[in-house]
Write a protein that binds this ligand. Structure first.
Ligand SMILES: Nc1nc2c(ncn2[C@@H]2O[C@H](COP(=O)(O)OP(=O)(O)OP(=O)(O)O)[C@@H](O)[C@H]2O)c(=O)[nH]1
Ligand SMILES: [Zn+2]
Length: 199
């Protein structure tokens, strides 16, 4: 039985998870039995469950409720500058950024908060930015069946700033354009312009 007591809303931390974190602390050069670190394995495990909460959900379910009465609106819907946090699968280091998610509705729209929920559902996993971008776009494309989808993500990777090449200020940009935003130059330019990016 673990000596680590979990708070009521959190499942208990398994012994092997706590042991792994103690091993890492020891390997990093500190003493996991000193007072300040005694509760750290529980905190770290709890934090990682939160960082990776996306594994426990299927983000597509956020798109199941749609609205058809939108006064005949048939132009671009864009949610711009959605802040998000993820972790890179290579170093498990933070990826911090913002996403712009747009779609051109076919015959229904979705509650706008759901676009951010889809993003977070995929971001709260171990990721590479390219896959995160593709997963968000594909999820909207496959579930809303819109005329077009555009997802642009701009993010900084702590694995490049805090370690390794240690190059702060670098922003990685990725995009996935589908349907009209891929095939029609005018639609693509329009969505990029709404996002505040040049086409
Ligand atoms: N394409 C892509 N690369 C990423 C992402 N996140 C981190 N990386 C890169 O993944 C690569 C992993 O390279 P490796 O050579 O296996 O690992 P490493 O020795 O730690 O590399 P350095 O970071 O250069 O020290 C690095 O170049 C990272 O910058 C991402 O989202 N997309
Ligand atoms: Zn990394």
């Amino acid at each position: 039985m673990s000596d680590l007591v979990a708070s009521p809303e959190t499942p208990p931390v398994p012994d092997d998870v706590a042991d792994a974190i103690r091993t890492l602390i020891r390997w990093a050069g500190d003493d996991p039995t000193r007072e300040g670190l005694i509760d750290t394995p529980r905190r770290v495990a709890k934090a990682w469950k939160e960082y990776c909460a996306g594994y426990a959900e299927d983000p597509a379910h956020h798109l199941s409720r749609v609205f058809e009465e939108v006064g005949g609106y048939d132009e671009i819907v864009l949610l711009k500058d959605i802040p998000f946090q993820s972790h890179c699968e290579h170093h498990m280091a933070p990826i911090i950024g913002r996403a712009h998610i747009a779609y051109l509705p076919r015959n229904h729209v979705v509650g706008i908060s759901k676009l951010a929920r889809v993003l977070h559902g995929f971001a709260r996993r171990l990721q590479v930015q390219e896959r995160l971008t593709a997963e968000v776009a594909d999820c909207i494309w496959n579930n809303l069946h819109p005329i077009g989808v555009a997802v642009v993500i701009e993010a900084t990777h702590a694995c490049m700033t805090a370690r390794g090449v240690r190059t702060p200020g670098v922003v990685m940009k990725t995009s996935r354009m589908m349907g009209a935003f891929r095939d029609d130059d005018r639609s693509r330019k329009e969505v990029l312009s709404l996002m505040g990016l040049s086409g």
